[in-house]
Design a protein around this ligand. Sequence first.
Ligand code: A3P
Length: 272
Amino acid sequence: NKSEHYSTQVRPPGTSRRIPQTIIIGVRKGGTRALLEMLDIHPNIVVAATEVHFFDWDENYVKGIDWYRSLMPFSYENQITIEKTPGYFTSPQAPERIHDMNSSIKLLLILRDPTERVISDYTQVYYNRVESHKPVQPFEEIVIKNGALNTKYKAIQRSLYDIHMEKWLKHFSLDQIHIVDGNTLIKDPLPELQKVEKFLNLPSRIMSSNFYFNQTKGFYCIRSDGRERCLHESKGRPHPVVNSTVLDQLYSYFREHNSKFYRMINHSFDWH
Ligand code: A3P
């Protein structure tokens, strides 16, 4: 059982803490937690339990690489360490800093339809505000200002994948960045995970028997090490129904950015 040793923090013989050979860089609300938890099924993968924010938060970056390493789980030599911090993808500093650490690192990026991502982002902030008793605004009031799309809205800017990707491609080659289709990972996780196994040069170990569809949650859950578990209730929350005119405005705003992104990565997705 892999999860046993890093909760107790006792170093099992033959293991050490290693700097990640792979990082899930984002995108926020793309399905980063699902991807990390599903990859953790693999016997040759160990994952950092929490979001580390080393490369995107200056106050952490100044603590240095040993601090970063100290947050990684113990691993055997034949295991790959993975951490995920969704904020890296949109961080101006992260690409160069990660490149400085390891210029041949393999990066994973999970994306979903940019409009869907905006709504998911809004929904997360909405629930956080409700929980801390702060006032909330309907989606449409945030997204439309003075009759036009509020392109300053952070959630919209985070969905401009072409703009963020451009910064990564200044430091990394395209074949170092594997893009996982977040929409597919929801509907049919195994094929997406098998592509990741290939990308990481790992033997195929994740099986269809590692997943079962939970009708109540409406998502796939994980069966591994004799245990069954779904992601936290904050993952896979119902989204608000959005006014269709506003939806169309978002779709058309992202269309050009998406086309540019597809050309950049030589691949297209069936986003709106
Ligand atoms: P929603 O909650 O908006 O549906 P992240 O972990 O990057 O924050 O992404 C959260 C998203 O992961 C969820 O967004 C959900 O759609 C998606 N997801 C993918 N597979 C999932 C799964 N098996 N269980 C729950 N959520 C999953």
